[in-house]
Ligand binder design. Structure first.
Ligand code: SF4
Length: 299
């Protein structure tokens, strides 16, 4: 990977604008999260944040960075134990270790406490629906917990990869409500607003931050992952990002622009007029065909 582009020490991470050593990568990562929090006005001093905290890599990095970046914000970590044998016990042990190190209040809630059954029991007949059942119940438990603790926001560890995957999955499922963000108009009365401070950080950088700062230990994958549509979308998008860097960000920013146009009912402002070269219609001074031909012929 070479040397850090800032100080010349051995590099630990290849950022878009050059390799970085552990120290400068940590600063770069935290700066990106801070900018995301500020840009989307996710938190203010004095707020109480309910942090969805599974003990996995994303939420461990999230809680650690929030504790560092938001010293004047009250953090309460909430772990939901779905009851997945051979998986969740290990992540809960990690979760306890992390909150102890950070000195953050920790609450553990469970599926049996909510509905009397573990996820394993609920899925006995139809394990293929695991993630849908799991996600729905987990969101419910987290929202109720956040309301009861009078939290201002629920913070989750979704990173840029998760965001892009969800957007693509909404299209694959034909879920127009989610694609257009047109939920019930009074949903804010019932749901605590969610924030995703890692939503502009790639999974690769989240994992690197966790490793460089010695926050992570190897954990098993959830046994139900094999049924998840997300797994296939993740593989495909990972290939696209590798071949065409920036794809994940374009998907996330494209969706953001779509939602803002829908919310503001923005009409496209672009008017067509004749291309200065060929006279065919274009929104720019020169049409795309002439621009491309010019570029190729003048190379
Ligand atoms: Fe739940 Fe699916 Fe994640 Fe497993 S992979 S924890 S079943 S959402």
């Amino acid at each position: 990977m070479g040397r850090c582009s800032i100080c010349g020490r051995p590099a630990a991470f290849a950022a878009e604008d050059g390799p970085l050593c552990a120290k400068h990568f940590t600063e770069w990562f935290e700066k990106r999260v801070r900018e995301t929090i500020l840009k989307y006005r996710m938190a203010e001093p004095g707020m109480r944040l309910c942090v969805g905290f599974s003990g996995g890599k994303d939420s461990t990095v999230l809680l650690t960075v929030l504790a560092k970046l938001l010293p004047e914000t009250e953090l309460i970590a909430v772990t939901v134990d779905e009851g997945i044998s051979g998986y969740r016990d290990d992540t809960i042990a990690e979760a306890k270790r992390t909150v102890q190190a950070l000195g953050v209040e920790h609450r553990i809630l469970s599926f049996p406490g909510f509905c009397g059954k573990t996820l394993d029991e609920l899925l006995e007949k139809h394990p293929e629906g695991a993630c849908s059942v799991c996600g729905t119940l987990r969101r419910r438990i987290l929202n109720t917990a956040a309301r009861e603790m009078d939290a201002d926001r629920i913070a989750t560890g979704h990173c840029l990869d998760d965001e892009a995957q969800s957007i693509v999955m909404n299209y694959l499922r034909g879920d127009i409500t989610r694609v257009t963000g047109q939920f019930n108009s009074n949903s804010a009365d019932f749901f605590i607003p969610r924030i995703k401070p890692l939503c502009r950080s790639t999974e690769r950088s989240v994992v690197a931050y966790g490793l460089v700062n010695k926050l992570l230990r190897p954990l098993h994958e959830c046994p139900y992952t094999k049924y998840a549509l997300r797994r296939d979308v993740r593989t495909w998008l990972g290939e696209q990002e590798y071949e065409h860097p920036g794809t994940l960000l374009k998907i996330a920013e494209g969706q953001e622009e779509l939602l803002s146009r829908i919310q503001e009912k923005k009409e496209p402002k672009m008017l067509l007029h004749p291309c200065e070269i060929c006279g065919e219609p274009t929104g720019n001074r020169i049409c795309a065909a002439c621009e491309k031909l010019n570029k190729i012929l003048n190379e």
